[in-house]
Design a protein around this ligand. Structure first.
Ligand code: ARG
Length: 269
C-alpha cells in the first residue's frame, strides 16, 4: 500500500513536472505573441493612420470638422476590410511622404500622383483614379492655351506635380522656377489668382472644377497639361501593409465599390 502510494506520488510529481514543462515550453510562444503584436503592421495596433491634405475637393476636403471625399471614403472601406479603425491626419501635402517614410503615418492618400521621384522614396498601391493637370485662369484672361503660359506668373500647390512640372526648366517643358509660386494649398493659389497676384493656377482637374464652381469669374483652359495616376503610398519597409491594402483595394475596384464612391462625388459632365 505504502509502495503504491509512493508510486502514485512519484507519478503525480512527474505529472506536475510535465505540466510545468508544458507551461515552460508555452512561455516562448506567449512571448513571441507579444513581440508580434508590438511589431504591429500599423503604427498603432488596430488603427490605420492615413495622412492627407484635406484641401483637395472632391478627393479630400472638410465638411465642418469632418474630412470627407473620395479618398476618405475609399480608405474607410479598406480599413473595414482589414478590421482596422481609420484615422485621418490632415497635414501639408509636402509633409505626407516624409511622414510616411519616417513611420509617423501608415499610408498617404491624397489624390497623390505616382511619379518616378516619389517611387524612390515610397511604394505605391495600384492606381485607383486618374487626374489631369489643367490650368485655371480668369474668364477674361489673354491666356488661351498652355502655349501662352511662357513668362506668365503661375501658381500651384507646393510639392504637387503641378508645381514640379511648371517650375521645371523651359527645355524640360516647364516655365522656369522664377515664374512659379508655391502655395500651401490650392484654395490659397486660387485666392492669389482672383487677387491678380498670379495669372493662372496649375492644378488637378477635379479640384479645379470645384474651385471654379465655387468662385466667380474663373475658367479652366480646354488644353490639358498632363495625365496622371493616383495611388496610395507606403513606407518602403512596410510591404506587408502595402500588400494587404492593395489586395483590399483590388477587391473594392473589382466589385465596383470604388466606382460607386467616385460616382457620388464626380458627376459625369
Ligand atoms: N496629384 C497632385 C500630386 O500628386 C496633387 C495632389 C494634391 N493633393 C492634395 N490632397 N492636396 O502632386
Amino acid at each position: 500500500m505504502k509502495k503504491f502510494s509512493k508510486i502514485v506520488s512519484v507519478l503525480a510529481a512527474l505529472a506536475i513536472a510535465a505540466l510545468c514543462c508544458g507551461c515552460g515550453s508555452n512561455t516562448p510562444d506567449t512571448k513571441s505573441d507579444t513581440t508580434d503584436s508590438k511589431a504591429s503592421m500599423t503604427v498603432t495596433e488596430g488603427k490605420l493612420i492615413m495622412a492627407t491634405n484635406a484641401e483637395f475637393p472632391p478627393y479630400e476636403y472638410k465638411e465642418g470638422d469632418k474630412i470627407v471625399g473620395i479618398d476618405a471614403e475609399v480608405a474607410k472601406l479598406i480599413a473595414d476590410k482589414l478590421n482596422l479603425e481609420l484615422e485621418i491626419a490632415d497635414v501639408d501635402f509636402d509633409s505626407i511622404i516624409p511622414g510616411v517614410q519616417s513611420g509617423k503615418y501608415d499610408m498617404g492618400m491624397a489624390g497623390m500622383t505616382v511619379t518616378d521621384e516619389r517611387k524612390e522614396k515610397v511604394n505605391f498601391s495600384d492606381s485607383y483614379a486618374t487626374g489631369v493637370q489643367v490650368v485655371i485662369v480668369k474668364e477674361d484672361s489673354d491666356i488661351k492655351t498652355t502655349a501662352d503660359l511662357n513668362g506668365k506668373k503661375i501658381g500651384a500647390q507646393q510639392g504637387t506635380t503641378g508645381y514640379i512640372y511648371a517650375s521645371d526648366t523651359v527645355e524640360n517643358g516647364g516655365f522656369g522656377e522664377e515664374n512659379v509660386t508655391g502655395y500651401q494649398n490650392g484654395a490659397l493659389a486660387v485666392e492669389a489668382l482672383k487677387g491678380g497676384k498670379i495669372d493662372c493656377v496649375i492644378i488637378d482637374n477635379e479640384p479645379a472644377k470645384a474651385y471654379v464652381a465655387a468662385n466667380e469669374g474663373l475658367k479652366i483652359l480646354d488644353t490639358e497639361y498632363v495625365t496622371e495616376d493616383y495611388a496610395i503610398c507606403f513606407a518602403k519597409s512596410n510591404t506587408e501593409l502595402q500588400t494587404k491594402v492593395n489586395d483590399a483595394l483590388k477587391e473594392l475596384i473589382a466589385d465596383g465599390s470604388v466606382k460607386k464612391v467616385v460616382d457620388t462625388y464626380i458627376k459625369a459632365d
